[in-house]
Design a protein. Structure first.
Length: 219
């Protein structure tokens, strides 16, 4: 029989008529606390390790096939056009996984863009049967460095992959990739998610003409 009791709330422990010798209560701060309740009183202390609990590794496992590198090439061409020919504007795309045809689809949502801001009307689910899984958002930082900004942190709350590509005026662009939600993120190497990625975009891969119709430049 275990000598430890486990509780999510302090109120649950206090209602226990026959507490264990050692009692563990989860705190709002995310820490665990050990409570001893004896006739002389109650003592609460923070506990660093509990043998009965499992070690839980942190990190991320990608459970879908890698995104083809050609998709990244196409996105790079789209981003470069709006960096080099359209007055250094930022743009973005969404990547979905088609669970029926088992392939990735790139969507360009309607977006109102400037050199340092994007306001987009995102496509959430492409059909009511949830055939499509939203996997990744990628946006550009035109000629600036590829670093996630505070605005990105505020906007990127859903659980998915996020990419930012910068230095698009150079032959070799820069990219950062992360996964996360609600302010918790892990940076990822490109090779973990993309198949044979490169950022020099040596081959021009045309993107759909309607993408340009969905980009509205704000002066």
């Amino acid at each position: 029989m275990s000598i430890r009791g486990f509780f999510w709330h302090m109120s649950e422990f206090m209602k226990t008529r026959t507490p264990k010798l050692f009692n563990i209560v989860a705190g709002r701060d995310g820490k665990l606390y050990e409570i001893r309740k004896e006739p002389i009183g109650i003592m609460v202390s923070h506990v660093e390790q509990i043998a009965e609990l499992d070690d839980v590794p942190t990190g991320f496992r990608f459970d879908l096939p890698k995104i083809p590198g050609k998709i990244l090439d196409q996105v790079l061409c789209f981003f470069r056009d709006y960096c080099n020919e359209w007055d250094m504007n930022e743009v973005m795309v969404q990547i979905f996984w088609d669970t029926v045809d088992r392939r990735y689809i790139v969507e360009c949502p309607h977006q109102w863009v400037k050199h340092d801001r994007i306001d987009a009307t995102f496509k959430k689910k492409l059909d009511v049967e949830s055939r499509y899984i939203e996997v990744c958002h990628i946006h550009s930082h035109n000629s600036m460095s590829a670093e996630f900004s505070e605005t990105d942190d505020e906007n990127e709350k859903a659980f998915m992959l996020y990419g930012v590509i910068g230095r698009l005026h150079r032959k070799m662009a820069e990219m950062q990739l992360r996964v996360g939600y609600n302010g918790k993120y892990f940076l990822l190497p490109l090779e973990r998610i993309f198949d044979s990625p490169h950022l020099d975009s040596p081959i021009f891969l045309p993107y759909p003409a309607e993408w340009n119709n969905r980009v509205h430049i704000v002066q």
